[in-house]
Design a binder for this molecule. Structure first.
Ligand SMILES: Cc1ncc(COP(=O)(O)O)c(C=O)c1O
Length: 370
């Protein structure tokens, strides 16, 4: 994809200066480059579920495949009914999107404009940055505290032009976590006319001791939007399904500006089935928990500094991450360098299966030796 824009096009400055999202390198692309079969590649770059999707989701997806000649249900009844039952919130409190990134973007579209600003922490997920950029609003980036969100500093940065606050918990790419009681006090302290989008893409992976009830906060705070996704623990990243939860007037606003038909029937049905497959979710979390421990132990053996993570990835400090990444790629291992986040010495490694983690650690050892 070219990154050069025709200079004669009349573009708003914020569109001209926007940057393309840099996704993890596709498996097929690396396989072609280094001349191996795709099956030989280990991809731990996009925080996907190494178990794939649940059998129940696959069966629902195949069933719904017969309906591809029809437009999807724009109101996503199958998915919203399933979520409504599961989360015990009325369907009118829900916003479905093609990935939770869609809902993050709807919030930016709804609340931001040039001259107003969005607040988020340093090292926040790049989709926040890109969503704000597309609106022409001002980015107000609050310095991180030990690689995590400094919520007091975010509160202190709020002023008359603040139009939206983004917080991810856990955060990507650092895996940082703010305990529920601290987060609740923060949300209560944000003036109620300023929307707060709490991104919980990795919520399902939280250890039981860290659980908190953000949906109870949605009931209390009319300015809160909680977003979640089926891309991570539910293993459906390729189908693109996520959702937001907010009080009905806020949910209705986001639904009003949502592009039509963004969630396919197939995605809706698979996601609804995935929600009910609790055994698969529990297995995914167990594999993730064991995989994090395996990666930490491997980094300890290699003498590498890393940040303990509450999500399905971990940030490890390797020195010259560009060189280390190139050497990993040559060994068929795809991870994510995070220089674009201002972390040029670090690699973000998604948790894989035991074998994938093993291969990644061995390749990392070799990459750092050579
Ligand atoms: C913090 C965070 N939020 C949201 C998302 C978006 O996920 P999706 O659009 O696949 O739901 C991601 C994906 O990596 C993420 O890391």
């Amino acid at each position: 994809m070219t990154d050069t824009i025709n200079p004669t096009l009349r573009l708003p400055a914020h569109i001209r200066t926007s940057k393309p999202y840099q996704p993890g390198k596709p498996i097929e692309a690396l396989a072609r480059e280094i001349g191996v079969e795709p099956q030989a590649i280990v991809k731990l770059a996009s925080n996907e579920n190494p178990l794939g999707m649940s059998d129940a989701a696959r069966a629902a997806l195949i069933d719904a495949g017969a309906e591809l000649a029809r437009y999807p249900d724009n109101d996503c009844h199958v998915l919203l009914d399933a979520l409504s039952r599961k989360l015990d919130v009325p369907a009118t409190w829900l916003v479905a999107g093609n990935g939770s990134e869609c809902v993050l973007g709807l919030a930016a579209t709804a609340f931001l404009e040039p001259g107003r600003h969005a607040l988020y922490a340093q090292y926040s997920f790049m989709a926040f940055v890109n969503a704000v950029q597309r609106t022409g609003a001002v980015h107000k980036v609050v310095p991180a505290l030990e690689y995590g969100c400094d919520l007091d500093a975010i509160l202190a940065a709020i002023d008359d032009s603040t139009a939206l606050v983004y917080v991810a918990n856990p955060g990507n790419p650092t895996g940082s976590f703010v305990p529920g009681d601290v987060l609740e006090r923060f949300i209560a302290a944000v003036p109620s006319h300023i929307p707060v989008l709490l991104d919980e893409a990795y919520y399902e992976y939280l250890p039981v001791d860290d659980h908190y009830d953000s949906l109870a906060w949605v009931r209390r705070f009319p300015n809160l939007i909680v977003t979640r996704t089926f891309s991570k623990a539910y293993g459906l990243a390729g189908l693109r399904v996520g959702y937001g939860v907010a009080q009905p007037s806020l949910a209705a606003l986001l639904n009003r500006i949502r592009p039509a038909f963004v969630v396919t029937r197939q995605a809706e049905c698979a996601a609804a089935a995935a929600l009910d497959d609790e055994a698969f979710l529990a297995r995914s979390c167990a594999v993730n928990h064991a995989g994090l421990a395996q990666l930490y132990a491997g980094f300890d053996t290699l003498g590498l500094n890393y940040l303990r993570s509450r999500a399905n990835f971990v940030l490890v400090q390797v020195g010259d991450a560009t060189t280390a990444n190139a050497r990993l790629l040559r060994q068929g291992v795809i991870v994510r360098p995070v220089g674009v986040y201002g972390l040029p010495e670090w690699l973000r490694i998604s948790v894989g299966t035991e074998e994938e983690n093993e291969r990644c650690l061995a390749a990392l050892g070799a990459a750092l030796e050579s």
